[in-house]
Design a protein around this ligand. Structure first.
Ligand code: 13P
Length: 247
């Protein structure tokens, strides 16, 4: 089993212009003081190349927010995992709930993207999570179980699972530490039964309204191996406070 450092990933979503490079520079400066934490920033695709150049040789790596399953082809507007790699990315988020919802991505599509990431030598950050209605109906474990089943890569490559309850994203709401513990334990069991020993080394991130104020409590939960941070990753100071809560 590979032992990894905790991973704090920043998903900038559709935020950021070239002028945001200053925030990245602040993140890089702070990350030098936190060698025990791995950090990746996933800016919009337009910034990947310049961010990767700025971050080169630093503790920060850069990731994409989505990729196409194919390496090349007639897919107007899409970007392949190989292209992200070529631009300097080391990771890519796949199956974010916003992609599943606004772009109709099924588990099968997400799995194909996760496989593409593996093919290109990128770490896939595969997102799963239930809606509020599904949680209220007592179906959270069942929903996440089937997303895990359908969207994780076929091989036991280098990938990360991000549990992001849809109702916690951008709302300021978070599950209780007990609910996070139950879900992450469940995901860990599924990973171990599917990938045997290497499933023990897969990092399971929590995402959804992670802030400096709640990071310590969430990151202390067993089987929480880091966080996928949205809004708070846009501000270097907040992102670094969350990363330092891993200690
Ligand atoms: P927030 O941290 O803004 O809730 O977003 C979480 C998320 O969707 C990260 O991928």
């Amino acid at each position: 089993m590979r032992i990894h450092r905790p991973l704090i990933a920043g998903n900038w979503k559709m935020h950021g212009l070239r002028g945001s490079a200053g925030e990245l520079e602040k993140i890089i400066a702070g990350a030098r003081k936190l060698p025990e934490v791995e950090m990746v920033i996933c800016p919009p695709a337009t910034l990947i190349m310049s961010f990767a150049a700025t971050a080169f040789g630093s503790p920060i790596t850069v990731g994409g927010q989505d990729c196409h399953a194919e390496a090349v082809g007639a897919f107007t507007g899409d970007i392949s995992a190989e292209m992200l790699k070529d631009a300097g990315a080391t990771a890519v988020i796949v199956g974010h709930s916003e992609r599943r919802r606004y772009h109709g991505e099924s588990d099968a599509v997400v799995q194909a993207k996760a496989n593409a990431a593996f093919r290109a030598g990128l770490i896939a950050i595969v997102c799963v999570g239930e809606t509020r209605a599904e949680r209220e109906a007592g179906r959270a474990l069942a929903v996440v179980g089937s997303q895990i089943e359908g969207s994780l890569p076929e091989g036991a490559g280098d990938f990360v699972v991000a549990y992001e309850p849809v109702w916690a994203i951008g709302t300021g709401l978070t599950p209780t530490p007990g609910d996070v513990a139950a879900m992450h334990h469940f995901i860990r069991e599924r990973l171990e039964s599917r990938y045997s020993e290497s499933g023990q080394g897969v990092r399971i991130l929590y995402g959804g309204s992670v802030k400096p104020t709640n990071a310590r409590e969430l990151l202390a939960v067993k089987n929480v191996d880091g966080a996928l941070v949205g809004g708070a990753s846009l501000v270097a100071e907040e992102f670094l406070k969350i990363a330092s809560a891993c200690r």
